[in-house]
Design a protein around this ligand. Structure first.
Ligand SMILES: [Zn+2]
Length: 74
């Protein structure tokens, strides 16, 4: 058990796809997780742009319906 497993800070897995509430300017609203750590690295599925977000910030921006589903790898 670590701090990172606290319920308000969801875990992300490299390679998983997440959906944001707000679409990127390129029109895509899905991102691939490229790095996890202090910040989560994301690559836009539409245009390939890479960004980094704090895990907590990413959790806030995720689409609420999908955030639970994407939290578990399939
Ligand atoms: Zn994009």
């Amino acid at each position: 058990m670590t701090e990172a497993t606290s319920p308000d800070v969801p875990q992300f897995t490299v390679g998983e796809t997440v959906r944001m509430r707000k679409a990127h300017p390129c029109g895509a609203d899905t991102w691939t997780v490229t790095r996890v750590g202090g910040d989560v690295g994301l690559r836009c599925v539409g245009c390939g742009r890479r960004i980094f977000l704090a895990r907590r910030e990413l959790a806030r921006r995720l689409h609420p319906r999908l955030s639970a589903e994407t939290a578990k790898p399939s």
